[in-house]
Design a protein around this ligand. Structure first.
Ligand code: ATP
Length: 245
């Protein structure tokens, strides 16, 4: 297994309703699954079910309160955070370019790795990911949310990690880019785990689906069971909407 998640739970403390004690609030409970190299996995579930929290644990942006995670047979604790994040790369839902231009944002991670041919790699990436020339010198403020998301995905891909974690990668993309992303992901060597609410996209992207419900992994299935998963999530969303009414 390339990645092994074993009995992982994550909780945080919050004030009780009375405000006089701290109580343990579980966001993920006893999650276990393994990932083989090259797999394409969709992570689905209703809002607040813990999908982003799970990706954050896989990138060590948070630490499990129980259980363990291993990458290529080594416990996360044995790998430096910097090295781990070069191998397992997280593309956030609301990416930041930290004041860099598009070209700088793509060049920077490559320069950190002392790559010699950074300019050529970036040009190839622009070509492959179809980034228009007039974007090169734009900063975050000069990009729309969808354009920013596209650059963040490009930055993830250019780094060629072993595992790419995508948090709702198509949330702000137009149909053409969502489609192009599918084609690009079908060609890359790395393992990809993508959180998504877009079932049609997920169905084309993934071979396997993990479904979270209120912090628990309730299904780990292949694509054949998609219809059951769609129906289950639709039902949860109806129940939650009724709770709000
Ligand atoms: N650091 C934190 N402190 C407190 N609560 C948190 C923290 N991170 C997440 N949560 C809560 O944990 C729950 C799960 O959040 P998470 O973002 O993982 O859900 P999600 O499934 O990705 O949701 P969505 O589909 O809406 O993005 C939510 O109720 C959220 O408010």
């Amino acid at each position: 297994m390339q990645l092994q998640v074993e009995n992982v739970s994550f909780s945080h403390f919050r004030l009780s309703k009375r405000g006089n004690t701290l109580e343990d609030h579980a966001l993920l409970r006893n999650i276990s699954f393994g990932v083989n190299q090259g797999e394409r996995i969709a992570i689905v579930g209703a809002s607040g079910s813990g999908k982003t929290t799970l990706l954050r644990l896989l990138n060590r942006l948070a630490e499990p309160t129980q259980g363990s995670i291993q990458f290529e047979g080594k416990s996360f604790q044995e790998i430096s955070v910097t090295k781990l994040r070069q191998q397992i790369l997280f593309v956030a839902q609301e990416p930041k370019l930290f004041g860099m231009t598009v070209r700088e944002a793509l060049s920077y991670p490559l320069s950190l790795r002392n790559l010699k041919d950074v300019d050529r790699c970036v040009d190839e990436c622009f070509e492959r990911i179809k980034i228009a020339r007039d974007w090169y010198d734009r900063t975050e403020q000069e990009l729309s949310t969808g354009e920013r998301q596209w650059i963040a995905i490009a930055r993830g891909l250019i780094c060629q990690p072993a595992i790419l974690l995508l948090d709702e990668p198509t949330a702000n993309l137009d149909a053409n880019r969502s489609e192009l992303l599918l084609r690009i992901l079908a060609q890359v060597d790395c393992t990809v785990l993508a959180v998504t609410h877009q079932f049609d996209w997920a169905e084309q992207f993934s071979q396997r689906v993990l479904q979270l419900e209120r912090g628990q992994l309730v299904a780990d299935t292949n694509r054949a069971d998609w219809q059951a998963i769609r129906t289950a999530i639709a039902q949860i969303e109806i129940e939650e909407a009724e709770e709000w009414d």
